[in-house]
Design a protein around this ligand. Structure first.
Ligand code: ZN
Length: 237
């Protein structure tokens, strides 16, 4: 199991850990910035705190500039639905990580809430047992396509496959704009494979869409939408 864990660490998505590292350049209390700590038996080991800070710094830098200040704190709800959505998503206790299907018209802050959850989990109170991926549909399809056509391993598929014997798996995919792409059979096949894998491995999935699940069905296919429906809590904005 340890091997699996260290394998996973290699595939940890650089887009997924956080921010205090950027804001907080103070000296590491554990290793005083040496990067190593001495274990009881005299063996030196890499400082986990420093490694985590480094991952967090990379994640924070990987968030596009225009989304960097999008947090639960800066989300300004303008109607009752949005107030409820914010409350539901920001009130998660430790250990209760939700999968959400965020639906609403353009400009209601779906992506803002998606980034907020992503930041909270990967940066705010990081749970380093989880691997987080943030992708737009365009990025997702590009990754899945090169996995299929160029045998370039998709980090998402790889992580899902590596964690498939765990329950729940350690992967959380944040998928922005699920309805924004031109449909082809090939794309639908790849997306089905991904969503089905998420479903079968009990992984987490948070999605945004302008179309509700019924409308989305016409585009994404009933098979994909049924799984999203099963995995995600519906949040209307
Ligand atoms: Zn350290």
């Amino acid at each position: 199991m340890e091997d699996l864990k260290s394998n996973l660490t290699q595939f940890r998505d650089p887009q997924s850990k956080g921010e205090q590292a950027v804001a907080n350049d103070s000296t590491c209390q554990k290793c005083h910035d040496i990067g190593f700590v001495s274990l009881a038996n005299g063996v030196k080991s890499k400082c986990i705190e420093c490694l985590e800070r480094e991952i967090a710094r990379k994640v924070a830098l990987s968030i596009p500039a225009r989304f960097r200040d999008q947090t639960f704190e800066t989300y300004q709800p303008r109607n009752k639905l949005q107030v409820e959505a914010l409350k539901r998503m920001s009130d998660e206790g430790p250990g209760e990580i939700g999968s959400y299907f965020l639906v609403g018209p353009y400009g209601c802050g779906k992506t803002h809430l998606l980034y907020s959850q992503y930041r909270n989990l990967s940066i705010g109170e990081p749970n380093f047992d989880l691997i987080y991926f943030f992708r737009t549909t365009h990025e997702l399809l590009a990754e899945l396509q090169s996995d299929q056509l160029e045998a370039a391993n998709s980090r998402i598929l790889l992580s899902l496959q590596l964690t498939r014997f765990r329950d729940p798996s350690e992967v959380h995919l944040f998928w922005d704009d699920a309805d924004k792409f031109k449909v082809t059979d090939f794309k639908l096949e790849m997306l089905f494979h991904l969503v089905d894998l998420i479903y079968r491995t009990n992984a987490k999935l948070s999605v945004t869409s302008n179309l509700d699940l019924l409308e989305l069905q016409e585009k994404l296919s009933p098979a994909i939408c049924r799984r999203i429906d099963d995995i995600c809590e519906k949040v209307k904005l």
